[in-house]
Design a protein around this ligand. Structure first.
Ligand code: FEO
Length: 401
């Protein structure tokens, strides 16, 4: 059912409480999510985005309970991924002549997915606008690579609302809609997890775009993203956070990540955490099993960290596959300005550390020369001599550098 955002602007999306994963199984969802679509009812009626395909019938039914679909003058499609465009074919079956405003890449995405080249696409660029009456207009802002080539935001003058699509979103279901009514811990954790796992590779674009939007001097009272809470209190706090997050973000944290076959590598992992606590009590340490911890939560911890230590036993002259797979994901995210150290155990040949070092270097980490490598189970003598490694990791990742 619709909920008022402000004046004649309504939320008409899907509160997806049951969602457990997103982008296939790429992104874990712990607190539900939402696909936010908006209905603007000025002199012109505009639908901004739709919801994911599995919810298309519910979406259209709810929309019809509010308006006759024929009253929709324009559809704005900020982004072609199916979580926002999935109900478009259902709508277009009933109002096939309605103009669809999107970027040129958005048009390609929609045609590629739904095979309707005959729809009335109106492709737009940054600064293009449509008059919606009552002295208000919708101004389009290309958000290229945030996070797809076709991404776009739409700014509504008069009510000063930025419909930002994926940017500033979170996978978080909340019936109350607004950030001031949200559980603040979940809200900020989810906003950071979303940035860390989806937007980090595009940080250079994010920095540039934030400067561009700030430079446009648009009054922004509300940011209405396509997932999660709508920002209406301290609205620009999330924009400032994005500016920080896009700028090689790190806290005084070291995260130790490992997998272990028989507990030897695990033992080293916990000893590194102890050493760091002794050497630098103010530094937060976290020890995470790459198997037992949620992979996206691990990435959020990496995002916060100034350094990581990564451990694996040597298996088949390489790292264990759980760690190798995780490293592939790490490489996709293109973290910047972070330090890493490697450790592991082995029984005979011991190539694990070398492989971790190579892969972490490919992931963009500065890998320290020191490493910890134990044959069989680390004994007391081994464990008494691990501090040099932790000291080197701390020295290389000092926030004062
Ligand atoms: Fe929420 Fe990129 O789709």
């Amino acid at each position: 059912m619709k909920k008022q955002v402000l004046n004649n602007v309504y939320w008409v999306g899907k509160m997806d409480w049951e969602l457990e994963e997103f982008h296939g199984s790429e992104f874990s969802v712990h607190h539900g999510s939402s696909q936010n679509a908006y209905l603007v009812k000025e002199e012109k009626t505009v639908l901004i985005d739709t919801v994911w395909t599995p919810h298309k019938e519910e979406f259209v039914k709810n929309l019809k309970s509010e308006i006759d679909l024929k009253e929709i003058d324009y559809i704005v499609l900020n982004h072609g991924e199916p979580d926002h465009s999935g109900s478009l074919p259902e709508i277009m079956e009933e109002i096939p002549d309605t103009p669809i405003y999107c970027t040129n890449n958005g048009k390609k995405s929609l045609i590629g997915q739904y095979h309707h080249p005959e729809w009335d696409y109106r492709t737009v660029k940054t600064g293009d606008s449509i008059d919606i009456g009552n002295g208000k207009s919708l101004v389009f802002v290309e958000m290229t690579m945030l996070h797809w080539p076709d991404s776009m935001a739409t700014y509504m003058t008069g009510d000063n609302i930025l419909f930002s699509n994926d940017a500033f979103g979170q996978h978080y279901a909340l019936n109350e809609l607004f950030n001031d009514q949200a559980d603040q811990t979940i809200l900020w954790n989810e906003a950071m997890k979303y940035y860390a796992n989806i937007l980090t590779p595009f940080s250079a674009f994010a920095s540039k775009k934030i400067k561009e939007i700030v430079g446009m001097n648009l009054p922004i009272d509300i940011i209405a993203p396509s997932h999660g809470s709508i920002w209406r209190e301290n609205t620009l706090e999330i924009v400032n956070k994005y500016a920080q997050w896009a700028d090689s973000y790190k806290e005084d944290q070291v995260t130790i990540i490992y997998d272990s076959m028989w507990g030897a590598t695990q033992k080293i992992a916990h000893k590194i955490a102890e050493d760091i606590r002794e050497l630098s009590p103010s530094t937060r340490t976290k020890v995470l099993s790459v198997v037992d911890a949620d992979r996206n939560d691990i990435m959020t911890e990496v995002f916060k960290s100034k350094a990581i230590a990564l451990g694996s036993p040597t298996v088949g002259r390489s790292a264990i596959t759980t760690v190798s797979g995780w490293l592939h994901f790490l490489q996709e995210l293109k973290f910047k300005d972070k330090v890493a150290g490697v450790f592991g155990s082995y029984g005979w040949s011991g190539e694990g550390n070398k492989v971790l070092r190579e892969e972490l270097t490919k992931a963009g980490f500065e890998v320290i020369d020191d490493e910890l490598k134990a044959m069989w189970m680390p004994d007391d003598e081994f464990l008494a001599n691990t501090k040099e490694f932790s000291k080197a990791l701390l020295d290389a990742s000092s926030l004062d550098k």
